[in-house]
Design a protein around this ligand. Structure first.
Ligand SMILES: *Cc1c(COP(=O)(O)O)cnc(C)c1O
Length: 403
């Protein structure tokens, strides 16, 4: 499909430098080795790649456009371009890897897709892929998140997925991960655990990156057609890091292109539990089956994390990002809640595009970078329809919405 499917990293054991790998129970090693083998086969299989390409085009609506944000550019003094992943079917980039993972699972003879979800975005994207391909789908979700993200629970039900409530502990994402993992171990032969970002044990960080690389490959060509050259900067928000790896991967070898990952500074970068800036404030460790930068307490347990963008509040980050940070190829920055919400309204009112609060972090950083001039390509990872009620309730008064 493209060159990132045969990228030199990770190595055969799933390492990007010292990061990545596979830290899992022995009974799972065999299963993951099978997934890895099946994956290496399908990325050389023209039938598989053809079907994926066909779905991207006719189901997701790819290629997604690159849009020159003229009024935003004018205000900030640089040329700002948006890669419009927000116009994909289901409203974000996640469908790109969910379709890839679901197709692979079906090819391997699996009948059920399993995953956890926090805000419900990954759950909805996976339930969509499952419906399309006629597979069963079990989504594990903490009861607290189910109440908070009710519309996504309804969406999953409508799509025919089973949402399994997780009622122990804090009843949020961490418990949902554990519950989903346990259910997966119950029958790893017929089930496929579809990880929702470039995280987890090998081969998931590689696989999810490869499925997302369509974003960067399209954008690199589109922006050259529009402007005759490569952008000076590429900017993306980083939760687990899949939309960022998707767009960065096409530009890694372009030395003139500066790459910027944007982490959530939440309410405060100085207090643990008030942000989710993993690369900025974390240190290397092992969690959820892989080695990477993590936000962890003294005992090495995952720290509480927070961001106004629920898709960004994860205490670890994809291992390739840790590697790219250490070698200095990507610079990682932070944007706090208030700055992200500002950018949310600004893009809505200057361009008529309501961005996801996650993506608003990237937009906010682009406006900051604009002081340097030049051209900036922003990955607009998703649309903000899911966020409007929350924003109206919490920020409406400040931005002049009628009460
Ligand atoms: C889930 C999500 C993210 C964060 O996930 P990454 O793996 O870091 O890309 C960002 N933007 C949107 C719209 C999302 O739904």
């Amino acid at each position: 499909m493209n060159n990132t499917f045969t990228h030199p990293l990770p190595d055969a054991d799933g390492y990007f430098g010292e990061y990545g790998g596979s830290f899992i129970p022995p009974q799972l090693q065999t299963i993951l080795a099978e997934i890895s083998e099946a994956y290496e086969a399908i990325i050389r299989d023209e039938d598989f790649l053809g079907e994926l390409r066909w779905l991207y085009r006719h189901y997701v609506g790819r290629p997604s456009p690159v849009f020159h944000a003229r009024r935003l550019s004018q205000k900030y003094g640089a040329e700002i371009y948006l890669k419009r992943e927000d116009v994909n079917h289901t409203g974000a980039h996640k469908i790109n890897h969910c379709l890839g993972e679901a197709l692979l699972a079906r090819k391997m003879g699996k009948t059920r897709l399993i995953a956890e979800t926090g805000a419900g975005q990954h759950g909805v994207a996976l339930a969509t892929a499952a419906a399309l391909l006629g597979m069963e789908c079990d989504i594990f979700m903490g009861e607290v998140d189910m109440a908070k993200e009710h519309p996504n629970v309804v969406r999953m039900h409508i799509l025919g997925a089973r949402v399994v409530p997780v009622g122990h502990g804090r009843r949020t994402l961490k418990e949902a991960v554990d519950a989903a993992f346990e259910a997966y171990l119950g029958d790893p032969v017929n089930q496929f655990y579809a990880i929702g970002s470039v995280v987890g044990p090998h081969p998931f960080p590689k696989m999810v990156r490869d499925f997302q690389s369509i974003v960067g490959n399209e954008a690199r060509q589109q922006i050259q057609e529009m402007t005759g050259r490569l952008p000076d900067h590429v900017v993306a928000c980083v939760g687990g890091g899949s939309n960022a790896m998707g767009i960065f991967s096409a530009f890694l070898d372009d030395e003139t292109v500066a790459l910027h990952g944007v982490e959530p500074a939440g309410r405060s970068l100085d207090e643990p539990g008030e942000h989710a800036a993993t690369l900025t404030k974390g240190r290397p460790g092992v969690m959820h089956g892989f080695k990477s930068y993590m936000l962890q307490d003294e005992a090495g347990e995952p720290e509480e994390v927070y961001s106004v963008a629920s898709g960004l509040d994860y205490p670890a980050v994809g291992p390739q990002h840790s590697y790219l940070k250490d070698i200095g190829r990507v610079r990682y920055h932070t944007i706090n809640d208030a700055e992200a919400i500002d950018a949310f309204f600004e893009l809505s009112r200057l361009e008529g595009i309501i961005p996801a609060i996650e993506s608003s972090h990237a937009v906010a950083h682009a406006t900051r970078l604009a002081a340097e001039g030049g051209s900036i390509l922003v990955n607009l990872s998703g649309r903000g329809d899911k966020d409007i009620d929350f924003v109206a309730e919490n920020y409406g008064a400040r931005y002049g919405l009628p009460g």
